[in-house]
Design a protein around this ligand. Structure first.
Ligand code: ATP
Ligand code: MG
Ligand code: MG
Length: 529
């Protein structure tokens, strides 16, 4: 079995495949081209790539396109882009539909061997019979009759449309997946690759083992809710006399306060509750990348869970904390002050000048930034409120000051502060190290965005109505003023606003709009405020 696996310390993994030989491993990631990839898919894709790499083998991206009613070409492009975003190579691409001819022949072979039959039993009745382990009235029809009906199905005729093709396995099996599963269905919707050539399409249960076998897949990775289907998978290949494939199953992942289902995410898009599939609150690959998740953190985290057989309910905090460890040593440091309540302070003894400082004190390779000094600076309201008359505090990257005068309005909001420069003071002796920003032409407007979970329930259960779980307000916008160094940032750049957190540039400034920065969760405080 495949449990000989151990996720050791973070960054070091030892997950092994069963019966794997160097250079002989072929895996596949089989997304249905019916939407965008989410973090659950990312786990499957990364695991498949991991094994292909580890054993110097091959990874096939197979578009599992057996249901023309749900699938579109445009999704194939977006899935390839999403795979590129997480660093998964999609140079070897195939389609289940590439094998429709062969599968049709194989279906005929099963019928001729007496191992499949056409069935026009009503869907409801079929379901009841399956539960009650009752054989279908069509089960013992002759091979000729089955071939005749299957030809009608292939034509999409009226009679054909009433039928489906079922594998004749064991209607009385304790394993429900063996109770004569459906292997072919009619569908008159044109297919995005094969057009109107076909009126019948194989089901996943039939197509998956066959294509795996034909494509030379050595190890088929599947989430373990399919485990009951493993015997059925083996039955298909054995009955058709085809090469066997080793199944390696793994646990699905779920995240707290998160929906991982294309259908439910689509609902949020349709309701206008999010801007699109790349919304930073979405668990899509696009969404989390946009929010500042690095490929490295995602890969490390997912491979850490790789061997687990349990369906895991994962914490976003742990993933973001891992991400933080990766970005912290390379994120340049800048300064921003919230516009609302920003306090202008006068600093006696200060003169206007510009100095260079490293953008990251512990990583000098990142270079320098220009810091403006002057007799007027902004402080955040929260910092200004914490000050006491006569107190000595430190202005970061500058030096100590004495607090000489604090003016408050009748609501207790600080409206101005007088400070006096005291550069001889020892910054090791002060309790408060404050971020500040000189009031001059360098100070730049920007917008800081921060997010909460989209839903209010930690673990979504069967039967929950999504509409009852929507967080009333999950996007927070703050107008801010930042130091002018941020004008040089490019979309996707990650940095830190000191004492505020890590941010990613989402939209650079335009003629009319200031730059938008998204706060990157750091696994600590849930939100910025
Ligand atoms: P959804 O409806 O949420 O999109 P799906 O399983 O129907 O999920 P597919 O495109 O068929 O979507 O999935 C492609 C691969 O991703 C499959 O191998 C599937 O097992 C895997 N996968 C999907 N969701 C998860 C998850 N939450 N955890 C791990 N693997 C997953
Ligand atoms: Mg699926
Ligand atoms: Mg699904």
């Amino acid at each position: 079995n495949n449990k000989g696996s151990k996720a050791a310390d973070q960054g070091k993994f030892e997950i092994g495949l069963t019966d794997a030989m160097m250079g002989k491993v072929c895996t596949r990631f089989p997304p249905e081209p019916s939407g965008y990839l989410h973090i659950g898919h990312a786990k499957a894709a990364l695991l498949n790539q991991y094994f292909a790499d580890t054993y110097k083998g091959k990874l096939i991206i197979r578009f599992d396109d057996t249901n023309p009613s749900k699938e579109k070409s445009e999704y194939e492009e977006s899935i390839k882009e999403d795979l590129a975003l997480i660093g998964v190579d999609s140079s070897v691409v195939s389609h289940t539909s590439d094998f429709f001819d062969q599968m049709y022949e194989l279906a005929l072979k099963l019928i001729k061997d007496g191992k499949a039959f056409c069935d026009d039993t009503e869907q409801m009745t079929m379901r009841e019979e399956r539960t009650a382990r009752i054989p279908s009235k069509c089960r013992d029809n002759s091979i000729e009759e089955n071939l005749r009906r299957f030809a009608e199905m292939a034509k999409g005729s009226e009679e054909g449309l009433k039928n489906c093709l079922r594998a004749k396995i064991d209607y009385n099996s304790p394993n429900g997946t063996m109770r004569d599963p459906v292997i072919y269905r009619c569908n008159l919707t044109p297919h995005h690759c094969t057009g109107d050539k076909w009126k019948v399409y194989p089901t996943y249960d039939f197509a998956c083992p066959i294509v795996d076998s034909l494509e030379g897949v050595s190890h088929a990775l599947r989430t373990n809710e399919y485990r009951d289907r493993n015997v059925q998978y083996d039955w298909m290949l054995e009955s058709l006399g085809m090469r066997k494939v080793t199944i390696w199953d793994f646990g699905r992942i779920n995240f707290v306060y998160t929906l991982l289902s294309k259908r439910k995410l689509q609902w949020f898009v349709d309701q206008g509750l999010v801007a699109g599939w790349d919304d930073p609150r979405f668990p899509t690959v696009r969404g989390i990348r946009r929010r500042g998740m690095t490929i490295e953190a995602l890969k490390t985290y997912i491979l850490m869970q790789g061997a687990s057989q349990n369906t895991l309910l994962l914490e976003w905090d742990k993933l973001w904390a891992l991400n933080r460890k990766i970005i912290d040593p390379i994120a340049p440091r800048y300064v921003a002050v919230l516009k609302e309540g920003a306090v202008v302070c006068n600093i006696a003894g200060a003169t206007a000048e510009i100095k260079e400082h490293p953008v990251h004190k512990k990583n000098l390779e990142l270079g320098n930034k220009k810091t403006h000094y002057g007799p007027k600076v902004y402080l955040d309201q929260e910092d200004a409120k914490s000050l006491e008359d006569g107190e000595e505090v430190t202005l970061m990257d500058w030096g100590n000051v004495f607090v000489r005068k604090i003016v408050k309005d009748d609501k207790g909001e600080v409206t101005s502060v007088d400070l006096e420069l005291h550069l001889a003071g020892d910054f090791k002796k002060t309790k408060k190290k404050l971020t500040w920003l000189t009031v001059d032409e360098d100070a730049t407007d920007c917008i800081l965005l921060d997010y909460d979970y989209l839903i209010t329930k930690k673990k979504v259960e069967e039967g929950d109505e999504v509409k009852d779980l929507v967080t009333p307000e999950s996007e927070f916008r703050y107008a801010a003023i930042a130091d002018g160094n941020i004008r040089d940032l490019k979309k996707g750049d990650i940095f830190q606003f000191e004492r505020k957190g890590y941010f990613i540039l989402d939209a650079p400034a335009t003629a009319t709009e200031p730059a938008h920065f998204i706060r990157i969760p750091d696994g600590k405080a849930a939100t910025m405020a």
